[in-house]
Design a protein around this ligand. Structure first.
Ligand SMILES: Cc1cc2nc3c(=O)[nH]c(=O)nc-3n(C[C@H](O)[C@H](O)[C@H](O)COP(=O)(O)OP(=O)(O)OC[C@H]3O[C@@H](n4cnc5c(N)ncnc54)[C@H](O)[C@@H]3O)c2cc1C
Length: 498
């Protein structure tokens, strides 16, 4: 108890300093941004006056009865999980990358394969403490200052600085029992999301082509059964996506079919020939960040298959974690292929996937169902009708037609054009983009997707005028990487792991 009091008092002291800094900027009429020490957004950061909140990365208290944790916003998911381990608890939604912070996940958009049950990470936040644009410290929750609470979700900090969050936790055993279910079309994967049984705790899918994919179902379990245990976090472990790929049967490439993962792994001949469900146990900590090594599959891009093998993966392991990869992206200012996440209403997901296949042919694709809740005006869920039960998060990270990135293939104009086509199509199916990525909208196009009037009202009401608005934060498209100076590339390649 004493420890908790001390943590609360130390937190109050840190927040007081932040509040003073904000108040001082506000009184001098200086616009400012927030610095929290890391970012999983891929947009380049802009230079402006900053309020440094990087010291806010502590756990303040754990309530094991109500299963909640009071945390500061800068706590990263892996640190929070480590802290919770002795209590056999985990956050109800653990966004996939270990470096994602509680504050970034609330102010940005974050989800994972437990989101079919709990919704986005923000829906597992019970209450928040926010420093407003004038330095005032307020509390908000779905029951108290609800407009500020929901308004802040997905608003990228443009209504104020989140300085504390109470996060919902769930019980967990030591393992996740994972079932790998082969599917033969996008529709089949979508159907399986709809039919997920009540005892399923996690569900998502990887589509390796329009004909081959795997739905991954997980159940939290207490005891070690007879199944084998597989891990994904150590240098000697497999990357999750190649491990999943071995669960399906891929035929040889033809004019109309090609599996990029077969090409990389050079393993297609040895794949299993049947379509039965395979099961194994994965330690909880390995399961929830299973996509970290390899950044799903993006860290394999650019490697010649014969150089990307178990030895290079082992010895260069430090380079393949998301934290390292993000540092490179931030140093060079972008990525040479399309990197976008879309939230598409369930009844339009098939249409959108067909469009993606016909017009882009980008694989692999990540599919993840997310429970629908439209209470946050700046959120990816707000364009859906009330009948939408869930959204499908579609992760589109690659180059069209199995092509190489635009540094070697299509030109940069084509790359921009492709991103704009996707933005158009998403609006067409009443879905929304996740705003961590680069954006190519014109301002009027962007605001067509959101309720600007309501958002501006909220900003006035909650004194956010000194903070940039969401359009000002997201409007950057990425630079043409061919113009990046050689020294910048070199520095990016030479940076050492944390
Ligand atoms: C290839 C790829 C795959 C991805 N896959 C997933 C995925 O599977 N699941 C998932 O959840 N996400 C995924 N993301 C997106 C990413 O997780 C989100 O963008 C997330 O919001 C980033 O969290 P962060 O802590 O790094 O926040 P940041 O990027 O640092 O912050 C996000 C925004 O919130 C603001 N902010 C941060 N902290 C605060 C605060 N305390 N108060 C006010 N505002 C604040 C920042 O200014 C910024 O505008 C993916 C991204 C990429 C590139």
């Amino acid at each position: 108890m004493l420890k908790e009091h001390a943590a609360t008092a130390a937190h109050a002291e840190r927040v007081k300093k932040i509040s003073h800094a904000v108040k001082s900027f506000s009184e001098q009429g200086i616009a400012f941004r927030i610095y929290h020490g890391s970012s999983n957004s891929t947009r380049a950061a802009s230079r402006q006056e900053v309020v440094d909140i990087s010291k806010l990365k502590n756990v303040i208290s754990i309530d094991t009865t109500n299963k909640t944790a009071v945390v500061e916003p800068g706590i990263a998911m892996d640190d929070l999980m480590r802290y919770l381990r002795p209590y056999n608890l985990i956050p109800a939604v653990v966004p996939d990358f270990p470096g994602i912070t509680a504050g970034g996940a609330f102010a940005g958009t974050a989800a994972e394969s437990s989101s079919f049950r709990y919704g986005y990470f923000d829906r597992t936040v019970v209450s928040v403490e926010i420093v407003l644009g004038n330095g005032e410290i307020v509390q908000a929750s779905p029951a108290h200052n609800a407009d500020l609470f929901f308004g802040s979700v997905g608003a990228l900090g443009t209504l104020g600085i989140t300085t504390q969050l109470e996060v919902q936790l769930i019980d967990c055993g030591r393992y996740v029992e994972v079932n790998y279910i082969p599917v033969h079309s996008h529709s089949q994967a979508l159907q399986m999301f709809e039919q997920a049984e009540d005892n399923v705790d996690f569900i998502d899918a990887i589509m390796f082509s329009n004909r081959h994919g795997v739905v991954v179902e997980g159940r939290l379990v207490e005891k070690l059964g007879a199944q084998p245990v597989t891990r994904f976090t150590r240098a000697k472990d497999p990357w999750f996506f190649t491990h999943v790929h071995k669960k399906i049967r891929c035929g040889p490439a033809t004019d109309t079919f090609h599996c990029l993962t077969c090409h990389w792994t050079q393993h297609s001949r040895t794949y299993r020939q049947d379509s039965t469900i395979m099961s194994e146990l994965v330690p909880v900590e390995d399961f929830v960040i299973r996509y970290d090594r390899g950044v799903f599959w993006m860290a394999a891009y650019g490697w010649a298959p014969n150089l990307w093998n178990r030895f290079t993966r082992f010895f260069l392991n430090f380079m393949f974690h998301t934290r390292f990869q993000y540092r490179v992206v931030h140093l060079v200012g972008g990525m040479p292929h399309i990197v976008q996440d879309f939230a598409i209403p369930e009844h339009k997901a098939d249409v959108f996937l067909h469009y993606l296949h016909n017009d882009f042919n980008i694989y692999s694709l990540w599919l993840c169902p997310i429970k629908h809740d439209a209470r946050a005006p700046m959120h990816t869920a707000q364009t859906c009708t009330e009948h939408t039960r869930y959204l499908v998060n579609i992760g589109v990270w690659g180059s069209p037609n199995y092509g190489s990135d635009y540094l070697h293939g299509d030109n940069y104009d084509q790359f921009v054009e492709n991103n704009r086509k996707l933005e158009d199509k998403v609006a067409n199916v009443r879905g929304l983009k996740w705003l961590y990525a680069c954006n190519y909208y014109q301002e009027t196009e962007f605001w067509r997707n959101y309720d600007k009037e309501r958002y501006d009202e909220l900003r006035t009401q909650w004194k956010a005028d000194r903070l940039p608005n969401i359009w000002q934060k997201i409007r950057r498209s990425q630079q043409d990487l061919r113009l990046v100076a050689f020294g910048q590339w070199l520095m990016a390649l030479l940076i050492l792991p944390d």
